[in-house]
Design a protein around this ligand. Structure first.
Ligand code: ADP
Ligand code: MG
Length: 243
């Protein structure tokens, strides 16, 4: 196993709000890490620090051997290898499905239109939506939009994918298709960090589950340890509420 992400003593404050309080987190190549925890505990902030959508207040983050906390680091290069999927899709609504997927590879990687289109077809097949190639984003359901968002993130050939509650905004009947796509990705060996409230997904797919509360990692372990034999009283309390 090789180390993909190494976070050391990460702190993040927004003004006087100390949100991340000394987070240490390693993610190995090909590992699927699921982060669970109450709302407001800093899960999104942690993910956003990993691709520097937020600047840490202190601490060190090394991704693919690049110290992204170093102001001299080429953050754009590192970011190209990190795919991010958000709760609210963040697609370009005035563009088609294909245009959304082809944009970054053409603008950032210099792919030709036909190369980018070929890849968009492959990715749309992978997420079960090739028939939507020319569709407008607004014509898609939420679940379809989220699968397009995953295809768009994959179009840059990232070697790590970050998911921030990718199914939380979806109608219940849409959730399964999105989780299936994520499961397939995990099976293919994608390194993934997933924040989710889908405990079934965590049990089935995670190599490791992390429980975060009030800006700290309070417990982590294999799914059967976290769900079958939780130790921390706050984790027990959280599981009682969500299971
Ligand atoms: P979670 O994802 O676990 O629900 P967040 O990371 O979104 O938690 O938020 C943790 C805390 O950080 C909350 O108190 C939230 O209000 C605060 N916070 C998050 N982002 C910002 C921001 N951009 N500016 C100010 N406060 C923020
Ligand atoms: Mg969040």
């Amino acid at each position: 196993m090789s180390l993909k992400v190494q976070v050391t003593d990460l702190n993040k404050s927004f003004g006087s709000n100390h949100v991340l309080k000394g987070i240490d987190l390693d993610v190995q190549n090909n590992e699927v890490v699921v982060i669970i925890g109450p709302s407001g505990s800093g899960k999104s902030t942690l993910l956003r620090c990993l691709n520097r959508l937020e600047t840490p207040t202190s601490g060190k983050i090394v991704i693919d051997n690049v110290d992204i906390s170093d102001p001299k680091a080429d953050i754009n290069r590192v970011r190209q290898n990190i795919g991010m999927v958000f709760q609210h899709f963040n697609l370009f609504n005035n563009m088609t499905v294909a245009e959304n997927i082809m944009l970054a590879p053409m603008e950032l990687k210099g792919e030709t239109e036909s190369q980018a289109a070929d890849q968009a077809h492959k990715l749309l097949q992978q997420v079960g939506l090739d028939e939507k190639f020319d569709a407008k984003i607004q014509s898609l359901s939420g679940g379809q939009q989220q699968r397009v968002a995953i295809a768009r993130a994959l179009a840059m050939n990232p070697d790590i994918m970050l998911f921030d509650e990718p199914t939380s905004a979806l109608d219940p009947e849409m959730v399964g298709d999105v989780l299936e796509v994520m499961k397939d990705l995990a099976k293919q060996g994608m390194t993934m960090v997933v924040v989710t409230h889908e405990m079934g997904f965590a049990k089935e797919v995670a190599d490791r589950v992390i429980f975060a509360d009030e800006g700290k990692i309070l417990e982590q372990g294999k799914p059967n340890e976290i769900f079958g034999n939780p130790q921390n009283p706050r984790l027990k309390d959280f599981l009682n509420k969500v299971l």
